[in-house]
Ligand binder design. Structure first.
Ligand code: ADP
Ligand code: MG
Length: 288
């Protein structure tokens, strides 16, 4: 039978944006020593706006670059995609159909438009393709920049910016006051990761992380004796969520992540995680 205090606490949690799928993990939340947050959509709002876009290709206008990028991004669920598609709509650009759309996990997307193949990729993937970054691509540490490539040739870049959630500041303060280490793992570039980490006063961060690397990051921390909670939103986060002592899927996340997680963070709000730890501790004390 489920102890009454636990049943009540999980119900209280649900009202506060937490859905407990695994009761043991909920009770274990009092043991958490390290929390690893993902960045986009959890510590930040996950609402990217395009700040700059530029064609670097002779004969292609900036709008033509945005148009083809938006035609491809129209098939992606990444918050970057929404930013690019919205920008094309505000410029009244007509989108084309994209074919053979594919995610390049943690690195970008690819598809063909009007018979021509394109990739839209991270700075890391761009250098993997052996292409140099244009000098003016990065102007601010707050910008996420993606590159449009066709046939291993750079066509241009699009810079976007997201904002830190107000609630993140308090959540991190609460966790740190309880002596819990707060880390961030993101697929985004090093500069953005460092800027967010410094602004929020995080203990450390991992940038340009591939989903499959997250599980190893957690294992290493566990070997050092840490009891790790991790948030994740993607299909590819499932192994990491399973590895974590407390795996937390964020609300906007995919079903696969949700199925593997111990706890669902319905509003993707980091404050609900500091509350989870407070609830978990209070519940444990009542059970003693
Ligand atoms: P995160 O959730 O931390 O942003 P992801 O693994 O989802 O990490 O993405 C990592 C990087 O891959 C992004 O920062 C971006 O550079 C690139 N990327 C992913 N999806 C897209 C997309 N739809 N369009 C352009 N770039 C993308
Ligand atoms: Mg992601």
């Amino acid at each position: 039978a489920i102890p009454l205090v636990v049943a009540i606490s999980t119900a209280v949690s649900a009202k506060n944006g937490l859905l407990v799928r695994n009761r043991t993990a909920f009770e274990n939340s009092r043991k958490i020593t390290t929390v690893i947050f993902d960045k986009t959509g959890t510590l930040t709002k996950g609402e990217f706006g395009v700040t700059r876009f530029k064609s670097t290709q002779d004969g292609m206008s900036d709008d033509e670059l945005l148009q083809v990028a938006a035609s491809i991004e129209n098939n992606s669920e990444h918050p970057i995609a929404a930013g690019i598609v919205n920008k094309s709509k505000s410029g009244n650009l007509e989108l084309d159909e994209a074919e053979n759309f594919k995610n390049i996990t943690g690195k970008g997307i690819q598809a063909s438009v009007n018979g021509k193949e394109y990739k839209i990729v991270s700075p890391g993937m761009l250098s993997e393709l052996g292409i140099d970054q244009p000098e003016d691509a990065f102007k601010s540490d707050d910008e996420t920049v993606v590159f449009v490539v066709s046939e291993d040739k750079l066509l241009g870049y699009i810079a976007l910016a997201d904002e830190i959630r107000e609630d993140s500041f308090e959540a991190i303060k609460t966790l740190k006051n309880r002596g819990i280490k707060v880390l961030m793992a993101t697929g985004d570039n090093e500069k953005v990761a460092r800027a967010v980490s410094e602004t929020l006063g995080l203990d450390d961060y991992y940038a340009e992380v591939l989903p499959e690397d997250k599980q190893q990051i957690i294992k290493d921390l566990q070997e050092k004796g840490e009891f790790v909670a991790m948030t994740g939103d993607g299909v590819n986060d499932a192994p990491a969520l399973a590895q974590a002592n407390v795996g937390i899927a964020v609300g906007s996340g995919t079903d696969v992540a949700a199925e593997t997680a111990d706890i669902l963070l319905v509003n993707s709000n980091p404050k609900d995680i500091s509350n989870l730890i407070l609830f978990g501790t209070a519940t444990y004390k009542k059970m003693m």
